[in-house]
Design a binder for this molecule. Structure first.
Ligand code: DOR
Ligand code: ZN
Length: 347
């Protein structure tokens, strides 16, 4: 029997589209999403409203007139960010949120925040204006084990900032631990994105039986108990949890290297993978909430009006294993199981 589910068109609340040849190569793979929060960690980063508007225009040009994905831009918070520029960019409809990278936490985060007191003024202005703050939630203290960096971040940074800045709406991006799930589930004015890959892999996928660089991302996947906690949160129906793929393409040579970059490129097959995960959890009826309703509600936006259909067929859906990007290739995330759910997009 053919199974199918019809959903409001999903949104991706955390996406890396990059720039230049890579942007041209990857943009179309997210085109079945209605909206996407676009990460600002370019080189150099997107720090001003004017830069965000210019980047948005480059994305629109790469998408072309036929693709309907709406890029929702973010600013990269630095210790010298001008609160007035943030407020103006938000009031002009250029940005939907601001992204905080602790300096050194991940790809292109060197211009991020070292001293959180230095951004207090911007955060207070954002709280007043209702502008969400998206956090990369990991401490950078070299004394903290990489697998503990998310939990340490909650205690040392996230909770103190939230207490000091009442009303600040915070998204804990790409949570990877039960600590993250518990913190979000126990608080208000907070949401969390969960990636596709963190619902599928644990740290064994990266390290057991050989090192697999295409599963390396940040925050790094944790042990199985954490993956299971993320799956429970994603299918729970709790509106604080929503999809942010963190699809993060890198050229293969930069991943397959003595010092490989962090990032999984999941845009092409994300919806097929998620349908399988939700089916396995007996929660296909919650897939629409996770991918199309909860995030929009958090950001104060209406759900998309149109719909896509996911159909489970007997033959697997065909996805490329690699895509070309200029002179490079990019490896598509391999979930390790066949994908029988096909995306049928009437658009
Ligand atoms: O795996 C990741 N890749 N995590 C991040 O935080 C950044 C991203 C990227 O930009 O490559
Ligand atoms: Zn990211």
């Amino acid at each position: 029997m053919t199974k199918s589910v019809t959903l409001r068109r999903p949104d991706d609340w955390h996406l890396h589209l990059r720039d230049g040849a890579m942007l041209q190569a990857v943009a179309s793979f997210s085109s079945h999403f209605g909206r996407a929060i676009i990460m600002p960690n370019l080189v150099p980063p997107v720090v001003t409203g004017a830069q965000a508007a210019a980047y948005r225009d480059r994305i629109r040009a790469a998408l072309g007139p036929k693709m309907t994905l709406r890029p929702l831009m973010t600013l990269y918070l630095t210790e010298t960010t001008d609160p007035a520029d943030v407020l103006a960019a938000h009031a002009a409809g250029i940005i939907a949120a601001v992204k905080l990278y602790p300096a050194g936490a991940t790809t292109n985060s060197a211009s991020g925040v070292r001293d959180f007191d230095k951004v207090r003024g911007v955060l207070e202005a954002m709280a007043q204006a209702g502008i969400p703050l998206c956090f990369h939630g990991e401490v950078t203290d070299p004394a903290v084990d990489i697998f503990d960096r998310e939990a340490a971040f909650i205690d040392r940074v996230l909770d103190p900032i939230r207490r000091a800045t009442p009303g600040l709406r915070v998204v804990m991006e790409h949570i990877t631990t039960s600590d993250g799930v518990d913190y979000v589930a126990g608080n208000d004015d907070i949401g969390a994105t969960i990636t596709t890959h963190h619902l599928v892999i644990n740290r064994n996928h990266i390290l057991a039986g050989g090192i697999r660089p295409h599963y390396y991302c940040l925050p790094v996947a944790k042990r199985e108990t954490h993956r299971l906690a993320l799956r429970r949160a994603a299918v729970s129906g709790d509106a604080r949890f929503f999809l942010g793929t963190d699809s993060a393409p890198h050229p293969d040579h930069a991943k397959e290297s003595a010092c490989g970059c962090a990032g999984c490129f999941t845009a092409p097959n994300t919806m097929s993978i998620l349908a399988q995960v939700f089916e396995d959890e007996g929660a296909l009826d919650r897939l629409e909430g996770f991918t199309a309703l909860n995030g929009a509600a958090f950001y104060g936006m209406k759900p998309n009006q149109d719909r896509i259909r996911l159909v489970r067929r007997d033959t697997p859906a065909a996805y490329p294993t690699h895509i070309p990007a200029g002179d490079e290739t990019v490896t598509v995330f391999d979930p390790g199981f066949p994908l029988y759910w096909h995306v049928e997009d009437p658009a």
